[in-house]
Write a protein that binds this ligand. Structure first.
Ligand code: ZN
Length: 83
């Protein structure tokens, strides 16, 4: 199998990783949700989505409210459960 997959950068740690290993998310209007196929998206790696400090950094960067941050964290935890 040839490794010609695109490489993308994790927004939190700036590490480059195969696109398939990253989670693609979208941010719009102070909300973060799974990428819908339209609009701006960004990537988060496995290490960062399990790193509370990194996640907090992201919620600050996107200026999420407490409620929005909780939703984001909850979403990431659900991803972990699903593997
Ligand atoms: Zn990362």
């Amino acid at each position: 199998m040839r490794k010609n997959e695109p490489i993308r950068m994790c927004i939190a740690c700036r590490e480059r990783e195969l696109q398939s290993k990253l989670i693609r998310l979208q941010q719009d209007n102070h909300k973060i949700f799974p990428y819908t196929g339209q609009g701006r998206s960004f990537y988060v790696c496995d290490a960062c989505r399990n790193d509370e400090k990194k996640i907090k950094g992201l919620t600050k960067r996107f200026r999420l409210s407490v409620e929005e941050s909780e939703q984001f964290v909850k979403y990431l935890k659900e991803l972990n459960k699903n593997g």
